[in-house]
Every structure is written in C-alpha cells, then in structure tokens.
Design a protein around this ligand. Sequence first.
Ligand code: BES
Ligand code: MN
Ligand code: ZN
Length: 498
Amino acid sequence: MDYSIETAPLEKLQCDCIIVGVYQDQQLSPTAIALNNITQGLINKIVTRGDISGKNGETVLINAIPDSQIERILLVGLGKKEPLSGKNYRKVLLAAINTLKKPQIKSVVCSLAECEVTVRDWQWKSRQIIEVFNDAVYQFTAHKSDKETESKLERISILAPENELATAQAGLLQGKSIAEGMNLTKLLGDLPGNICTPTFLAGQAIELGNKYDSLAVSILEESDMEMLGMGALLSVSRGSRQPAKLITLDYQGGAKDSKPIVLIGKGLTFDAGGISLKPGAGMDEMKYDMCGGATVLGTLLAVAQMQLPLNIIGLIPSSENMPDGDANKPGDILTSMSGKTIEVLNTDAEGRLLLCDALTYAERFNPDVVIDLATLTGACLVALGRVASGLLGNDDALCNDLTSASETANDSLWRLPLWEDYQEQLKSNFADMANVGGKDAGTITAACFLARFAEKFRWAHLDIAGTAWRTGQTKGATGRPVPLLSQYLIDRAQILKA
Ligand code: BES
Ligand code: MN
Ligand code: ZN
C-alpha cells in the first residue's frame, strides 16, 4: 500500500473515493462542507433526508458523483459535535476502511485527520489513520491457491492543510514504519509451525539485518548456548528435532556510550506442552507462541525505519516444545545459566525456562532497562481477556512509562502486582525453585519466576497471551504490542531531544 499526504485543494483532487465526516444533528466536518458546496448540496441532501444520523461509525457510500474527478464519497458518522476520544476516533477509521474493502476502489483520500481528537495533534491522527487502515486490509494469503485479496486498495492519501504538512509528514513516517513492523509480526505469527521454525525465525532476523545498516544480527547455536551454560533453555529444545536458536539484534542508533534498551521476545514456534501434553482442541493456536519474538522483530523494523536515536538490543530465544523420548520430564531438575536450579513440575511452563536464560544473558549488555514480551500464561486470558496485555515489573517508573505509551498508542496494558508474598508459591522441595506456582495467580507467579533472573536491572514483563492473536472466526495475529513498544521508544527518543 502506498501512503502519502495530500495538500491539493478539493477541486483538484482525483480519486476513487474521499472519506469525510458527519456529526450528529446534521453538522458537517469542514471538508464535508466544502465538498457539499462543489457538488450542488449533495451531502446536505443525503443528511437532511435522514440517510445518515451521524452516529459514531455509521457509513453511507455515495457511489456516483456527476461531473467530478472524485468518483465516490464515503460519509462516516463522528458522533456528537465535540472532540472525539482516541478510541472513538479509531472506531470511525475502522468503520470507514471496512466499508471500502469490498468495492472496486483503488485510491482513497481521507479527510478525517481534521477531526478534533482530545489532546491529539495531526501527527497522532495521521499515524492512527495508517495504522488502522493497514491493519484492516492485512490478509494472510501465503498458502491460499487463490491469492486474490478482499481489498483492491492501492493508495491512501491523508488530506492536510499546508500549515500542518510537517506534523502530518512526521505522523506518516511513524505510521508507515509501525504498520510495516506490524505486518511482519502478523505474518510471522500466522505462518504455521512447520514453516516458521526457530531456524526460519533466525533467517528472518538475518534478512532484516541485511536490509538496515543500523541493525546487526547474530545467532547463537545450541553449541554456543551449551558453553554459556543455558541449561534451562536447552532442556526445552532437547525434546524437539528443531535446533534452538538465540537470535540477537543489535540496533545502534544512539550515542556509542548510551546504555541499550533490551527487548526479549519468547520465540516458541510451536508449544505442544511437551510431556505435560496440551489437550488437542485449539492446539493449532500454539503456533502463535512465538509472537513475543515476532514483536521484537516488528518493533526493530519500525525503529530502524524511523531511525530512532537509541541503542536497542533484541533477544529472541527460540525453540519448539514437543513430547519426545529426550524431552523434559516432570520432576527433572535443571541448572540455569545463572546457576539457580529449577525443578520442572510441568513441562508446559516452558516459556519461562527460555526467558530466564535470556534474562541472564541480557546482563552482559549492561542494559538501561529490559522489557520482555511473552505469550506466557493462559491465566492472563482469564484475568484480562483479549483487551489488555498484562504488565508486571520491578520498577515503577518503567511500568508507568509503558502504561502511558499504551494509552497513546491505543494498545492497552494493565499492571498486576508482583509482591514478594507470591514468591512462596514457587517453593520446591528439591531445587531452588519450581517452574510452576500452582493454579492460583498464574500470571503473577510466572512473572515472579522471571523476576528472580532480573534482579540486576530495571525490568518489565508483558504477558501477551490474550492480545497477540485473535481466536475464532477471525483467527489471526494482531501485531500487538508493536504499537505500544514503538510508542515507548518514540517517547524515549523524544526525552533525549528535550
Ligand atoms: N504458551 C503457553 C501459554 C498460553 C496458553 C498462551 C494458552 C495463550 C493461550 C505457555 O507455555 C503455557 O503453556 N503456560 C501454562 C503454564 C502452566 C503450566 C503453569 C498455562 O498457561 O497453562
Ligand atoms: Mn507451554
Ligand atoms: Zn508456551
């Protein structure tokens, strides 16, 4: 898709469709008024007829415009004539793009960046238009014989006045970068486990590194991990025929001496549960257990595209979790890279076994902060559903920064407590800790486990088990939390400038 900013006056515009807003009580947006004037009152006619009431998200497509280079007009309801909330703004955008997917429309001009949104500027609004539109037209057709996509859209232009051109352009760059990052994250998530293996993921990372000079990629093999003493990570891949990989992406955009932000993403390309085998129903969805890793790749793509002045390390420990003669058994005791020993009471709690060694490995980068992303617990779905990702961490300032980024990015997050009291549940009779903490507070005890390997730095953990993909009829990866992380990093870069 081609995205751009358009500053030409309405009379000069040429496109298959223009999107304009209509408020309740027959009030038109500025572009709708201008368009009404050059179409002999066409829009007023439709509005006074009562064909559109202006309720948020309502749409009417005017399919033919006599004597005009604008072929169609899409009216979209904005609600009451007052500044929209960020969430309602996105609802409007989603309604608009969903109406335009089916018809034979290639080029669209969107005038909705002129709508007032509470505390948001043209940059934010331009970016949201691209993010929402791009998300809506994504379709995973890699393995369909008929590759024809639902939408015929090729070009989207955002209408902006000359005096907002610079801010709109800044939003365009951010929006395009984040959208492209989300596309990669979604594609990797949707790819099946027989194609997207740890080796495949490593190949994708190397390709990304080849595309951007600022990004250096290296891969640790099992023999390297052996030498580092990553006994927890390697115990998981021992049960699989696919070799584990530890992918490192090194993005150098900041000053040489500035400490890096480390992002760690869980990269289980398939999680069958191991000897503690998962039930069959819905097990296909465990191909998405690498979405944390895919989020690291997508976010670094966006960062490299935006050329943010930061240093960032991406770490993706990647493996399968399979039942096998050589797989972890309940009761097995492992020695992690940190030297701490772990009793495996459930082989399906494998994510933390990979992450704990990756966390210890992160120490060598002398990180400013470490953020891990993982489809870690089914319990997170019980607690927060598919709306918010879970947030836990050992540093209030970092957690607050992430929460505020999540609000700006419309990519929700909710913090859960990481109190010492919960650590008791991880007691083992035979090792330093057990890998599971029983049925209560599963998301918290998983984070408690990780916390024991994150004592040397400021750290936050995002449990994305409920947000990384959708289930049911619209099953598919969401690309979350690429927008949230990108926003956090944009904010960090902004602080440097100020
Ligand atoms: N990848 C799963 C978590 C998961 C399950 C995410 C369902 C999304 C949907 C993880 O490896 C896992 O199996 N966790 C166990 C932990 C338990 C054994 C303590 C779980 O949540 O059941
Ligand atoms: Mn598991
Ligand atoms: Zn898992």
